[in-house]
Design a protein around this ligand. Sequence first.
Ligand code: HEM
Length: 467
Amino acid sequence: MFPSIVTPQPTTSRASQAKGIKHPPGPPWPTALWNTIKFGQDPLSFARELRERYGDVVTLQTMMGPWTLVFHPDGVRHVVQENHQNYRKGGPSDQVLRVTLGNGLLTNNGESWLTQRRLIQPAFHRSRIAGFGQLMTEGATAWLEETQLDASDPLDVFQQMSGLTLTIVCKALFGADMLPYKQRVFEALGTAIRLEAQAFYMPGLLSLPTPQRHDLYKARDALYAVVDELIAGRKARATGSENDLLTMLLEARDAETGLGMNDLQLRDEVITLMVAGHETTSGALTWTLLLLSQHPEIDARLREAYTRVLSGRAVTIEDLPQLTFGRMVLEESMRLYPPAWVFGRQALAEDEIGGYRIAKGAFVLLFPAVTHRHPDFWEQPDVFDPERFAPERATGRHRFAYIPFGGGPRGCIGNQFALTEAQLILATILPRYQFRLLPGAKVIPEPLITLRPRGGLRMTAHRQDEL
Ligand code: HEM
């Protein structure tokens, strides 16, 4: 049975009541139903409104219990870094994620998390990522050849980027060819993400035998089937010369017991890396292509940099230090549209953030999407301006005002992988094609588990040499 996703009632000690530390402000409890509906309909605008109205730490009463919303970078730093031992993965957001990701690195806690993180970390070492550069560029080039882009035939850029990043991450980490699975993973993951997001706002949706529960488990089983095939394929065809993360996971032995990882844990780790390793990166690339199509002057400047540095040849990882503008564009795109727009924690003990009491058991939500547009830290926060990430302008900025990859010990393990991959993909496809939004198309960000464009993003691709 799916666990209840109602947040346990947080408790506050007498000591802090005596000290007179207040609960964070927020709309009164009789608005709980209304808040839940509003949050479900448009969480980005609602969270932003709450910050403007109540400040940087807010209590939001919902039908699932009270939530604590933390927007200020100091509060973010406190939760993810300074007092991270007090904030475990848990609460409604992680419970829904566990349906598909089980107890993989993203949702795990405690000693088990630490053991797995230490095991997996070396696969993301700088030297390993440098070794993936060629594979990333080749993946993007193969995608260009396969898709045969044609200006008269619009494509869903989100779906295409999803397939491309899935192919790259699985080849790099597991030595697997995902071409035959691309469509299946895209469909199953789309269903799972949508239903898990619904379950977050509608307690009971998955505890009862609803059609949604049936569909979610079906989608999860489709993803499991792909992962199981991938692992079985490796076991059957291993030559002994593989040197990737899947081999490391298969060969890992517990220092005390000498036992290997059990099959369920192995599946959870592989599905976590497969999903977390492509869903967010494809979002970042999609929003970047949209922003470039809406800002021709920035698009032209980026193309000019590619022409100057590459002169028509294929990009390599060694070129990236000369292509800083590409990185700035990506960083700014992830500021405006952070693929991981929200993430949660549960407080193990009572705490204080920004002068407010955080009760034991509180469900704490951090919002990159709101912190990234906080007017105290960003001038003209809604304007797309990659120059903000020029070294001279970025110096001195609060480290936790920009958190697309989270931070602290639970920060993204794949951040360098993603940044390298996204830069190489852009530098491979943009010198050859320009992407344009269909006339009259309206793009609506849809904050599900990740931030996706609602209904995909249909664009046309125009050959650069024919413009
Ligand atoms: C643009 C791309 C990406 C974004 C925006 C992103 C964002 C994030 C964020 C915000 C977190 C922290 C969540 C939290 O604190 O609750 C995270 C964790 C994680 N990410 Fe990423 N990520 C990206 C790419 C990747 C890639 C490429 C991989 C793997 C290949 C990956 C694997 C993970 C894993 C395993 C965790 C959990 C780490 C832990 O708790 O120890 N991510 N990511």
